[in-house]
Ligand binder design. Structure first.
Ligand code: GYE
Length: 314
């Protein structure tokens, strides 16, 4: 009798309305090159868990071909939504056409792609990198007023060539400062968003220009943190002898800013996980999504009292 009751009750349980089928999200992260990147991966993992989303996260170790292979695996696995942070802008058309043919929506996280094909991407969730460059340039214009100098020799250490943040942070900065006669970019070198390359680039620039460098504009915190010890080794004090401008706003750079060795850090938030989960759920449900989602960002500088600033979380 008991057995029959149990059988009946388990049958009854099966007839209950089915649970929402799980959402399976494939995400190809581009690497682990910075505190920003690690913070971004950690946030996506945390938000997937909180939202009950099954996440297949693959790390491409900074190789585009690894990202393409990961996206193909996600297609073969028939995930519900594919997301990825493209290391560079070009070269995605073929694999994204395959995703489109398989009927799997694709979300860009962080960086953008460049394509003339329609309908490959459902949504781009990432920072307005051009605006970040503008904020860096506007800070420098204000700083130049305070320094009362006729000429500022600027060196730029850029991020990964052909990536969206590299292109847009450069464009926003240049468009903001180029009309001002005091501003002269004497050289722009590629530091690939890496700390070791930031140090190498700075050594090269110091050997070539020495004390003539007035401003270092670096496209991310990692390269800045690599460059600073090189400036000190050359007998100069960053933040005093040279204006240092960085982007990202991770904890380490903010701490250095508070100590006066960086002058301005433009924020780029890696906390994109919740927007990604919301967007993936809508896409699975067949709802429409916004084409572009930019998080709100600000900057931190030596013009501000930063004593009350909370922990950054990355
Ligand atoms: O600024 C840098 C990272 O694409 C916004 O990539 C991201 C950049 C970030 O390596 O630290």
């Amino acid at each position: 009798m008991t057995a029959v009751v149990m059988m009946l009750s388990s049958c009854a349980a099966k007839e209950e309305p089915p649970h929402d089928p799980e959402l399976l999200l494939g995400f190809s992260q581009l690497g682990t090159e910075s505190a920003w990147r690690s913070g971004n991966s950690a946030d996506i993992e945390k938000k997937a868990e909180e939202n009950g989303v099954s996440l297949m996260l693959e790390n491409a170790n900074r190789k585009q071909e690894n990202q393409i292979a990961a996206i193909r695996r996600f297609i073969a696995y028939q995930v519900d939504v594919i997301a990825f942070s493209p290391i560079v802008e070009e070269g995605w058309d073929n694999v994204l056409l395959e995703a489109k043919e398989a009927g799997i929506p694709v979300v860009l996280v962080d960086r953008d792609i460049s394509t003339d094909k329609e309908g490959l991407i459902s949504c781009h969730i990432g920072a307005d990198f051009y605006q970040e460059g503008v904020m860096a340039g506007e800070y420098l214009l204000r700083k130049a007023d305070r320094l009362k100098k006729d000429k500022l020799h600027i060196v730029e250490i850029t991020g990964t060539e052909d990536s969206t943040p590299m292109r847009q942070r450069q464009a926003g900065f240049m468009d903001t400062i180029s009309g001002d006669e005091r501003m002269e970019v004497i050289e722009s070198v590629n530091g690939d968003f890496l700390k070791s390359r930031g140090a190498e680039c700075m050594r090269y620039l110091l050997e070539k220009y020495g004390e003539d460098i007035d401003v270092v504009y670096s496209h991310n915190d990692e390269m800045t943190l690599g460059a600073l010890p090189e400036i000190e080794k050359a007998g100069l004090t960053p933040g005093d002898d040279m204006v240092i401008i960085s982007i990202d706003g991770g904890q380490e750079a903010i701490d250095v800013l508070k100590r006066g060795r960086i002058n301005c850090v433009v924020e780029c938030t890696p906390m994109l996980g919740q927007e990604l989960m919301d967007t993936a759920k809508k896409l699975k449900a067949g709802e429409s999504v916004e084409a572009v989602i930019h998080p709100k960002e600000k900057y931190f500088s030596d013009e501000m009292d930063l004593s009350g600033l909370g922990p950054r979380g990355y």
